[in-house]
Design a protein around this ligand. Structure first.
Ligand SMILES: Cc1cc2nc3c(=O)[nH]c(=O)nc-3n(C[C@H](O)[C@H](O)[C@H](O)COP(=O)(O)OP(=O)(O)OC[C@H]3O[C@@H](n4cnc5c(N)ncnc54)[C@H](O)[C@@H]3O)c2cc1C
Length: 504
């Protein structure tokens, strides 16, 4: 039964859907937000490493499979705010050259149909919305921008300042990591963010992280025209007999199905779930899945090649808020390698419970606690190339199958070695090097790429489906290539761009 008619239905409330909802809330249009998760509970476990990292308290329990039928327990989170509820809030723009064709050792990263200049004003808006702190002019690869960051860079604590200075002396260009935090260092009494040691990968107990719930959904809900349905999983989009118009959305709520309708439908479930929703919505007019006559829905899945590294030194590291600088010196190449290597950033604090997961059982907790106080963690991301065979499909029961075989790995391996050597020369010994496996879907993009040709793309330049007049996709699905920077800010900036299209 159709319950209610809206002007716009937005499915998913993460970086894409949440940002779009915020931008459209002031239009007076009747907007329905459909979110499969609830609000993430505020509880002391938010900041407990064991609960978050070892027990996966906030991760979905959903099980996917890889192309060999092996179970995948995806590192993804279904809440109001989506994956931004646990993100590290490192909000970087893609580099100007990321929008162009780039030759990699493993192949070619395709050009985007729009360029940096098309995204630039929306990057600025997104940085304001997500309260990004940073400093321009330090990263030599920084894309052009005349306006400063809305908030000044987050201060390094002494050990991190020491490392940044030492790297600078080596000729590198460590730059303050742009971070979306609701932090006021001058007036701590007014600052939600308290620069704690449980940020990257953790939910924020004090609402000090500018995630999509806090920065976008909460303010959007203060408008009476915006309605949020939680615990409501979108099952299927239905079309009219021409197949050109979506007529309704079928939702599962409390074990029952309900139907909602609107003039415009925006899918923003994250790149994997958005592809799955379109594939589940196949019908007579769209036998391969909704908007999928190109056969590209679900294909070209990318998630970066990522490695987490932990290095130890004799020097005590008492830093509370650690993730404050990054290095892009090898993003597009190095003196000994003409191809791109990637991006390096600090990780959040390394806790003894994190080390426990990789340590032999006989190592006592106290030893791990001592080790953690001498550790510095790093995150290394390199570009993976779009491969049509890396893709999301469904099994006979409509469950997700994710096929992903890494590619273009040489640059990444070189970057890992380079960082190890740099750290060694600073008297830090790298003891943990963990390549992120298929479960690590945090940087998922690419499954409904945008473009001008309906044969080679799913979405047009406005992120509207080529084949359906009232269907848009505004999460990470639209990326034609992944770059090597965290995707969150680009997803938010693109949602603001699409918001302008919808407003007009
Ligand atoms: C641990 C972690 C750390 C990260 N750190 C960073 C970082 O520092 N910087 C950065 O840029 N990025 C980071 N990311 C990635 C970033 O969070 C994502 O790029 C971003 O959230 C993606 O936005 P999205 O809108 O595509 O999807 P999401 O934010 O995942 O939002 C999708 C939403 O859709 C909902 N949904 C899914 N399926 C359905 C359905 N069928 N019906 C209804 N609702 C549905 C989900 O519950 C979710 O709310 C991190 C991610 C993780 C997991």
């Amino acid at each position: 039964m159709t319950k209610k008619n809206y002007d716009i239905i937005i499915i998913g409330t993460g970086a894409g859907g949440g940002t779009l909802a915020h931008a459209l809330a002031t239009t007076n249009k009747r907007i329905l937000l459909v979110e499969r998760g609830g609000f993430l509970p505020r509880e002391k476990e938010n900041w407990e490493t064991k609960a978050v990292f070892l027990e996966g308290r906030y991760k979905t329990q959903e099980v996917w499979r890889d192309h060999n039928g092996k179970e995948i327990h995806p590192g993804t989170h279904y809440y109001v705010g989506g994956n931004t509820k646990v993100y590290g809030a490192a909000l970087l723009r893609l580099r100007e050259k990321d929008f162009e064709e780039v030759l990699h050792h493993g192949g070619t990263s395709p050009a985007w149909p729009l360029k940096y200049r098309d995204f630039q004003p929306y990057y600025m808006q997104a940085e304001k919305l997500y309260q990004v702190h940073g400093l321009r002019g330090v990263d030599p690869l920084e894309p052009p921008e005349n306006e400063p960051f809305p908030y000044k860079a987050i201060r390094h604590e002494p050990r991190i300042q020491q490392l940044s200075d030492a790297m600078q002396k080596m000729g590198l260009h460590p730059f303050p990591l742009p971070l979306g935090l609701i932090l006021n260092e001058e007036h701590k009494e007014r600052s939600p963010c308290i620069r704690c040691d449980t940020c990257d990968g953790f939910p924020c107990l004090v609402n000090g992280k500018a995630d999509a719930e806090i920065a976008c959904i909460k303010p959007a809900l203060s408008h009476p025209n915006v309605t949020l349905l939680t615990h409501s999983k979108a099952l299927k989009l239905e079309t009219d007999t021409t197949g050109k118009k979506i007529t309704s959305l079928v939702v599962e709520k409390d074990g029952k199905t309900e139907t909602y309708s609107a003039d415009i439908y925006v899918v923003s479930c994250g790149a994997i779930n958005s592809a799955a929703l379109l594939l589940r919505s196949k019908n007579v007019q769209h036998p391969n899945g909704l908007a999928n006559s190109s056969g590209l829905v679900g294909r070209n899945y990318m998630c970066h090649t990522n490695t987490a590294m932990v290095a130890f030194s004799k020097t005590l590291n008492l830093t509370k808020f650690q993730k404050t600088f990054a290095i892009n010196d090898f993003y597009f190449g190095s003196p000994d390698w003409e191809y791109p290597l990637g991006h390096i950033q600090l990780l959040g604090n390394i806790k003894s419970d994190m080390l426990r997961a990789g340590a032999p059982f006989f190592v006592p907790n106290v030893a791990l606690e001592v080790a953690a106080r001498h550790a510095v963690g790093w995150w290394i991301s390199s570009e993976d190339l779009p491969d049509p065979e890396n893709r999301v499909t469904l099994d006979a029961e409509d469950n997700i199958i994710l096929r992903y075989l890494p590619n273009n790995e040489q640059g990444h391996e070189r970057l890992v070695k380079k960082l190890k050597n740099i750290l060694n020369s600073l008297e830090l010994t790298v003891s943990v090097v963990k390549r992120i496996p298929i479960e690590g879907v945090a940087h998922q993009v690419g499954t409904c790429r945008f473009g001008t040709d309906s044969k080679t793309s799913v979405l047009d330049l406005n992120c509207k489906a080529h084949e359906v007049d009232n269907l848009y996709v505004v999460d990470g699905s639209f990326f034609p290539s992944s770059g090597a920077s965290n995707p969150g800010l680009t997803i938010a900036a693109n949602a603001l761009r699409v918001a302008d299209v919808l407003k007009n």
